[in-house]
Structures are given as C-alpha cells and as structure tokens.
Write a protein that binds this ligand. Structure first.
Ligand SMILES: [Zn+2]
Ligand SMILES: [Zn+2]
Length: 340
C-alpha cells in the first residue's frame, strides 16, 4: 500500500508510492545540452553584462575584464530593482509595494562547458564565498529582509535561455512564504521542546542511515522522509547554525566536497534537470517578539529538487505531492554510486 507521509518541517503531505525497486529508464526528461552560441557569462565577454558587483579575481586583474573565477553581475532583465523606495500601501483590501530588491547572476566559472559537479573543490568553494560576500553586503540594505539563492540546472528546471553554469540571487523585501512556514514550524517546536527540530531529525537520520546519501566531518546529505520529488536531496551542517553566512572557511570546503559528491551521484544515476536552493534564515530586522529564538530554532540547509515528475492539477489544487520513488530507494541508488 502507498503511504501518506507528513513533512515535519512544513506540515506538507506527500503520497509515497509503494515500490521496492526503481527503473531509471522509466523517467523521461531532456538531458542538459549546452547552447554553444554567444554567452555573456563566458570569460572575455565581460562587456556584455552590466558591471560586476563582486568577483573573485586573479591578482592584478581589473574589474570587468578577464581573469576571474567567480563573477557576480546584476541581471540585465531583473525581476526586482535596487533603486527606489518600497512604498508599502493598501489598495482596498489588498497590500502591495514597489518591486524593490535585487536580482543578481553569479557566474560560477569562466568556462562554458562545466556544471557544478565538474568543477574543482576550490572552484566550488569560491562560489560559496561569493554567496556569503553578497549576503553580507545586502544585509546592510535595510529594505531587504531575505536573500534567496537558487540554481536552475537544465531546461526543464527553468534554465532555458542560459546554459552557462550560474546561480541566481534574489534579494527580497519580504520573507518568502515557503521559508516562513519552516520558520514558524521550527519556532513552535522549539517553544515546546527547547530543541532544534532539524538537529533532532538529523540525529535520527544519522542513526538509522536508511535515507543517508553522503556525509563528511561537517555536513550530511540525505533523502528527506517526505521527499516531494524522485531523488530529492537535502544537505545540512551537522552542528547547529541558523545562518549560512556564518560558516567557517573549513566548513566552506566541507560544503563544496559534499555538494560536488552528491551532484556527481545524481548525474551518474540519472542526470536530471534540477533546482537547488539555499534555505537560510531571514535578516534579523527588529520585530518585537517575532523571531526571538530563531538562532536556536532554525538550521540552514540546501534543497536539491530533481525535475523529472510533472506537477499536475492534484499538486496545484491540494498542496499534496505524489512521489513515485520513496526516499529509501532513492538514497540506496545514490549512495551506491562510488565517490571519486
Ligand atoms: Zn558561457
Ligand atoms: Zn539545529
């Protein structure tokens, strides 16, 4: 019989198929093919993007010239703009504000032909350091409450116009609902038990090991109990930390290693399009009595969602998900891929 599983972090329900094996050939999706035409994110094409806001550069190189390993630029077609006031106001029953924020593109490598799992560890570490530098900078802008960093890998994951390996950064004047649901659940659990819900779940996953995909000294990756998508993965720091930007330089390398490892496993198993996102806490703007325990109750993490199952009327209408591959099966397939 299938199971209806509850995601303890969000309260979301997932119908998990009853299956003990998985046929990888049953999944149909377009493999990621890199468009070889002109690309503004390749080295030597720096003049084709807006001026960079941050870069990790070789000594002696100049801004907006070649000689970088990671380069951050404003999106030339931004969804939100950094200029102007928020202008929060009402329209009868409705609330609205101006589209103020930031939308930046992080070019993860100067080379067109590489995905994250094909980069060197020190190159991935440079990408993570760029994420941290941008977050720390944007925290100084009092209009911004939340920075969302995400990746769309492959056309079916939303990367239809850009095939260079990039991440998106969106600085938002509000905390996204999906994150807020997690924050409220974590806060309520802490109020009851005085423990972090994520630390408690990590302890169980590390003990049981049936959904574990990879681990190193500082990080653990597993297939979440109520995974929404086949081969969904989550990465957590082992020691409690509410804020991604506070990780140590040693942890940056640990994160690079586990991330490259699990993305290689995913590529070698199935090679699907996927979305990756950083689930971090919001900036701690004064809001009396609201996020008092957030540093103790929330635990930042990464989510990797392969896009191989269509979202249908059922998911849109109910908020339920249907997952044909139980996470225990997915973790078995992924952890069987040899590390290299
Ligand atoms: Zn390129
Ligand atoms: Zn924790």
């Amino acid at each position: 019989m299938s199971q209806i599983r509850k995601d303890v972090f969000t309260g979301r329900w997932v119908i998990m198929a009853e299956t003990t094996t998985v046929q990888l050939s049953d999944f149909h999706f377009k493999r990621f093919i890199r468009d070889p035409t002109f690309c503004p994110f390749c080295e030597n094409n720096e003049a084709s993007t807006p001026p960079e806001v941050f870069a990790i550069r070789n000594p002696g190189s100049s801004p907006n010239r070649p000689g970088w390993s990671v380069r951050v630029v404003p999106n030339s077609d931004p969804r939100l703009r950094i200029e102007g006031k928020l202008g929060q106001r009402a329209d009868g029953f409705h609330d609205l504000m101006n589209g103020v924020g930031a939308h930046e593109i992080i070019a993860e490598t100067p080379r067109h032909g590489c995905s994250v799992h094909e980069l060197e560890i020190h190159e991935i570490s440079a990408v993570i350091r760029a994420y941290i530098a941008r977050m720390v900078d944007l925290e100084g802008d009092k209009r911004i409450r939340y920075v969302l960093i995400f990746k769309n890998h492959g056309e079916e994951a939303g990367a239809h116009t850009i095939s260079h390996s990039i991440s998106h950064l969106m600085a938002l004047p509000v905390t996204p609902r999906a994150v807020k649901t997690k924050l409220i659940t974590a806060r309520d659990y802490f109020a009851l038990k005085e423990r972090c819900i994520y630390c408690d779940v990590l302890q169980q996953e590390q003990k049981e090991r049936k959904r574990l995909i990879a681990e190193n000294e500082d990080f653990v990756a597993f297939a979440p109990f109520a995974s929404r998508f086949p081969f969904e993965m989550a990465v957590f720091p082992k020691s409690h930390n509410s804020s991604f930007s506070r990780i140590s330089s040693g942890q940056v390398d640990g994160l690079s290693r586990i991330l490259r490892g699990i993305l290689r496993k995913l590529d070698h198993t199935l090679g699907p399009p996927y979305n990756l996102s950083l689930q971090d806490r919001p900036f701690l703007r004064p809001r009396t009595g609201y996020w008092n325990t957030i540093e103790d109750d929330f635990h930042w993490h990464l989510e990797i969602l392969p896009q191989i199952a269509r979202i249908t009327g059922f998911e849109w209408a109910s908020g339920f998900f249907y997952n044909p591959v139980p996470p225990e099966i997915a973790a078995g397939c992924l952890s069987a891929v040899a590390d290299d």
